[in-house]
Write a protein that binds this ligand. Sequence first.
Ligand code: PRP
Ligand code: URA
Length: 206
Amino acid sequence: MLKVLEHPLITHKLTQMRKKETKTKDFRENLDEIGGLMAYEITRNLPVREVEIETPVTAMKTYELEKDIILVPILRAGLGMVGGISNLIPTVKVAHVGLYRDETTLQPHVYFEKYPVGIENAVVMIVDPMLATGGSANAAIDMVKKQGAKDIRLVCLVGAPEGVEAVEKAHPDVDIYLAALDEKLNDQGYIVPGLGDAGDRIFGTK
Ligand code: PRP
Ligand code: URA
């Protein structure tokens, strides 16, 4: 399932990020804020369990989150979404998956992975601002599945139709959430209109 999270605040902040003149500080802040806004929408259907508690006034039955939530940022650019989401869900555990896309072949290369315990029963949210060919997202999904993850959601800011199709084909069980579905990829595998190289814009590299 693909869900594009349309919300005026998300669109406004994404517009700031897309502008070529936007500097690192504003780019990072907007990404962080969009991460939080997206997380609010994505967590709407999280499983809950009934619990009995006592308020200062009386006993009551209510609900708590049933499962751990594990965030999996795809390094580097995915790190830019961790702060905003963990502000909203302070109990998240954070795995790390290090992948870079070869600039010529566009194939993903793994250079790091680290997971918290309990990934088999957790809600796993893979985060990365860009879903271009889908190679990196598919590699990250393969990696968390190998660790036993079953409930997996892919959360990206900007997606290309090619990337969405590739993930839907390889992992039809994974829900994809985007802030915007863009037009296409260009010859270098960049999303059009996109926002350029997310990692470079977050970290001030080139
Ligand atoms: C970017 C982006 C995704 C990937 C998307 O990362 O953050 O991880 O490319 O492209 P794909 O869908 O074609 O795989 P990059 O490899 O540039 O690494 P970085 O985050 O370290 O900049
Ligand atoms: N990675 C990026 O950072 N931007 C793109 O447009 C495509 C891949």
